[in-house]
Write a protein that binds this ligand. Structure first.
Ligand SMILES: NCCC[C@H](NC(=O)CCC(=O)O)C(=O)O
Length: 441
């Protein structure tokens, strides 16, 4: 059956700020305590969604979460009214208030791992919520992510949304950022390449920075998603690049249909991984970037691999990049040579996503790819599909509710809590979500 990829982008939340919460993510560490602009961040994301929708790519939106997360703070012993919880956290442990206020759910490549119906043993679309166990500020996303995904993929005849894996390090799971699907037409069975950073039972691990994803988690997600075992490949990320700031595989590789665009140091035993793909994916094409043209450090700084590789109906592909990759002379030269050479990529589209980039999130981090056939697409909550009207509505909503400046100290302002709830209450109506947020229950 004919199927297309729909990109679901995370809408940046009202508390977007720079807190240095993600050890191993160098942009996060570097921009700690800088002043953020949540309004601009949300508008930059919306502009990307609108431009891709206008260019003919199916596009949808995933709403942000309620922040500060009062429930998470209560679990840590801060009590009283919601305002008192915030105030006490701010006085006793400002870093915990920051973590509970992170807008990190915007990076929906980490929301879940998706299995298209063509790959699933039961013929349904499966989504397993990521537990994001490695970071406290991200692990608390999972329960609301599950409710949001159920409000979007609500038709159980087509979709199975699964809760996150158990919250322990052995099952650390970061979702689609460590998952690639390769193959021919989207509606045909594909090969799912799960990329992990470490194995609980031993093996190589990075020396400086954490490996967030385990093999045990990837295997469990593949089972939960009912991926046909014949269509599975598991590969380890190169621990040496994790130590250089590649905290997710999507910082060093991106795939689409028969193409894998990656750095030559992305995977451990890379030639074996490519050999397996060559054997299983008809027409497989690896576009491997040598270190002498783009170093791992340049890749981490410019996020050229954190791009979206999108197919047009005629089989050609567009690479959607952050502007940092155009500002780097060597990387931009490489990309232009890539477009000029013999492969399906024939256009570069560049976006200003500076607010998200400063926390380590590029174009690919901001989107969750969901392959859907016509019947499945019609079963998605139509209110989240991007079009001119929704773009106008959400832009006005952002203009009305978001601040254009936020520092860590602002998180203690009880007014911020009220602003967030008022905005999200309105958003649940705009997007026909029902009651998805803790304050609504
Ligand atoms: N896929 C991109 C994820 C980026 C995200 N950054 C953050 O959470 C930084 C938040 C801060 O430091 O304020 C992360 O590292 O998981």
């Amino acid at each position: 059956m004919k199927a297309r990829e729909v990109n679901f982008d995370g809408l940046v939340g009202l508390t977007h700020h720079y807190a240095g919460l993600s050890f191993g993510n160098e942009a996060s560490t570097k921009h700690r305590y800088q002043v953020s602009n949540p309004k601009l961040a949300a508008l930059q994301g919306l502009r990307k969604m609108k431009a891709l929708a206008d260019a003919g790519f199916a596009q949808a939106v995933i709403p942000p979460q309620e922040r500060p997360g009062i429930e998470a703070l209560r679990l840590l012993g801060f009590n009283g009214t919601d305002e008192q919880v915030v105030e006490k956290a701010w006085r006793q442990a400002p870093h915990l208030l920051s973590a509970a206020s992170s807008a990190s759910s915007m990076w929906v490549a980490n929301a879940a791992t998706v299995c298209p119906s063509a790959d699933a043993l039961d013929g349904k679309v499966h989504l397993t919520v990521a537990n994001l166990n490695n970071k406290f500020h991200r692990a608390s996303e999972a329960p609301t992510t599950e409710r949001l995904l159920r409000a979007i993929f609500r038709d159980e005849a087509h979709f199975s949304v699964h809760p996150a894996l158990p919250q322990v390090a052995m099952f650390g799971d970061e979702g689609a950022a460590n998952h690639n699907r390769l193959g021919g037409d989207y509606g045909e069975p594909g090969i799912q390449l799960f990329v992990y950073g470490r194995e609980e039972s031993g093996g190589l691990i990075p020396a400086r920075y954490p490996a967030r994803q385990t093999l045990e988690a990837s295997q469990a997600v593949a089972r939960v998603n009912q991926v046909n075992p014949k269509q599975l490949i598991f590969a380890q990320q190169n621990p040496a690049v994790i130590d250089q700031g590649v905290f997710h595989n999507d910082v060093i590789a991106v795939s689409n249909q028969q193409v894998l665009f990656c750095h030559e140091q992305a995977f451990l035993h890379q030639q074996d991984v490519l050999g397996e793909l060559r054997a299983k994916v008809p027409g497989f094409m690896a576009l491997e970037v040598p270190a002498n043209q783009v170093s791992v450090q340049d890749a981490v700084e410019t996020y050229l691999f954190n791009s979206q590789l999108l197919s047009r109906d005629d089989g050609s592909m567009v690479l959607v990049l952050p502007q940092e990759s155009r500002q780097h002379e060597g990387v931009w030269r490489y990309l232009n040579a890539l477009v000029a050479s013999d492969n399906p990529i024939n256009e570069l589209k560049v976006f200003d996503l500076r607010e998200s980039m400063a926390n380590g999130g590029g174009p690919a981090c901001l989107r969750l790819r969901v392959v859907l056939n016509d019947a499945e697409r019609q079963a998605v909550n139509p209110a989240v599909m991007m079009n001119d009207a929704l773009f106008e509505t959400l832009t006005r909503w952002v203009e009305k509710h978001y601040r254009d400046r936020l520092t860590q100290a602002d998180l203690a302002d009880p007014q911020l809590l009220r602003e967030g709830r008022e905005a999200l209450e309105e958003l649940t109506h705009l997007l026909h979500l029902g009651s998805v947020y803790p304050f609504q229950r």
